[in-house]
Ligand binder design. Structure first.
Ligand code: PLP
Length: 419
């Protein structure tokens, strides 16, 4: 294997096909996919409705570019704009979450004519130069150079920070005070706050409901835009809400919202939704060669239709709730598990060593043992010690039970090995 490939497993797993919530490797082994690709397989692997839409469009024409009308793109844009909750919303399609955030940062900085941005500690927003510039963890950003002036605030990861001991209410008060303090040290003119409602790569950590409502009040006072990065939290994955920002509903919708990952069910779709006055502040902002290309738009439309018609948000709430309960029961007897946390089908399992310190080794071991059981999971967190579970949102109760049992077996082996 080339050493530049950053693969998850000691022995590379080569996936050849998938169906429903399962995938198969080149040796014919079947796995239950508890990471949904990388939260990219939103509904199911090889969902016939999406496959048909992709094949049908591919047979007609692969690419036209945004110079020409594509009805799928217009319909998908209109449906996302209506779902976004942002009044008078406009949509700009990209090919990834990184590009979506890049576009959002470009719009916000242009609208406010400032390159000062607020971001959360422990955040992850992608791999472009500007997205790296708002990523609040050095291990995910290969350079400290940035075209932006970024100010990091508290409110992301909480479990081990200086505010760990605070109640939810006290935490919100402390984070607002921190935000005010950071703003007090600027000359004003900050363009935007960018934040993930639940930190994804950061280990599926959610702030208390209402944090962004409290932030919003401060942001409004300073004329600062709010960008909600919904690349992981969008489309009902968190169960109770269609978008992550809705857990902070008193704040109303953000000014800009970015999406990607699941909407294409594996096809490359990203995008930014913004108020018309923000979106239209740049004239030359309407063209991306591959953003909104017809095959991806046909896939996105079929996938979104399936999601809504089958109430997969409701399924994420119900099945995710049962899964979290079951995993908490398992964790109660396993000191290696510090915490099971999550919302809907976005569940983090945080692992620690015998001394209670974050254990990335335990997480790597758990990943290997889970694979041997026939279960694929993700990994993340500030210290790399969190297993991330985000299966396709069609997950059944029986599959949730099966996955929990496989994970239990893997975690027991980790517990035995680490003491
Ligand atoms: N924003 C968030 C919250 C993400 O989790 C990611 C990717 O993991 C991105 C942005 C970047 O998306 P992409 O990998 O599609 O560029």
């Amino acid at each position: 294997m080339p050493d530049w490939l950053a693969l998850y497993y000691r022995e590379p797993v080569e996936l050849t096909h998938g169906e429903g919530r399962h995938v198969w490797d080149a040796e014919g082994r079947r796995y239950l996919d508890f990471f949904g690709g990388v939260l990219t397989t939103m509904t199911a692997h090889a969902l016939p409705e999406v496959t048909k839409a992709v094949a049908g469009q591919a047979e007609r024409i692969l690419h036209t570019s945004t110079l020409y009308l594509d009805r799928h793109m217009v319909e998908l844009a209109e449906r996302i704009a209506a779902l976004s909750g942002i009044p008078d919303a406009r949509v700009f399609f990209t090919t990834s979450g990184t590009e979506a955030n890049d576009a959002a940062l470009l719009l916000a900085t242009s609208h406010r004519r400032s390159n000062q941005i607020l971001a959360m500690r422990n955040s992850y927003h992608g791999r472009s130069f500007s997205a790296i510039g708002v990523t609040g963890n050095a291990s995910w950003s290969p350079t400290s150079l940035s075209p932006l002036q970024t100010l990091y605030v508290h409110g992301g990861v909480r479990s081990r920070g200086p505010y760990a001991h605070l109640s939810d209410g006290e935490f919100i008060v402390a984070c607002v005070a921190d935000l005010e303090d950071v703003l007090g040290q600027t000359h004003g003119g900050v363009a935007a706050l960018i934040a993930e409602p639940v930190q994804g790569v950061g280990g599926f950590t959610a702030p208390p409901d209402g944090l962004y409502a409290a932030f919003r009040e401060v942001l409004d006072r300073h004329g600062i835009l709010w960008i909600s990065d919904e690349v992981q939290t969008g489309w009902g994955r968190t169960g109770d809400h269609f978008w992550g920002w809705q857990a902070h509903a008193a704040s109303g919708p953000p000014d800009l919202l970015t999406f990607a990952k699941g909407i294409g069910n594996g096809m490359s779709i990203g995008g930014v939704v913004a108020r018309a006055d923000v979106m239209n502040c740049l004239d030359a902002n309407s063209i991306s060669t591959f953003g909104g290309s017809p095959v991806t738009m046909a896939a996105g439309l079929a996938n979104l239709t399936y999601l809504l018609e089958h109430d997969l948000q409701g399924n994420a709430r119900r099945v995710g709730g049962l899964l979290i309960e079951r995993l908490r029961a398992i964790a109660a007897g396993l000191p290696v598990v510090r915490e099971v946390r999550g919302r809907g089908l976005m569940i983090g399992v945080e692992l620690v060593g015998p001394d209670g310190a974050p254990s990335p080794d335990a997480a790597s071991l758990a990943l290997e043992h889970a694979r041997e059981q026939g279960l694929l999971v993700g990994k993340g967190g500030r210290e790399g010690n969190v297993l991330r579970l985000a299966p396709p949102m069609t997950l059944t109760v029986a599959e949730a039970e099966e996955g929990a049992s496989m994970l239990e077996a893997a975690l027991r082996r980790v517990q035995d090995a680490t003491g």
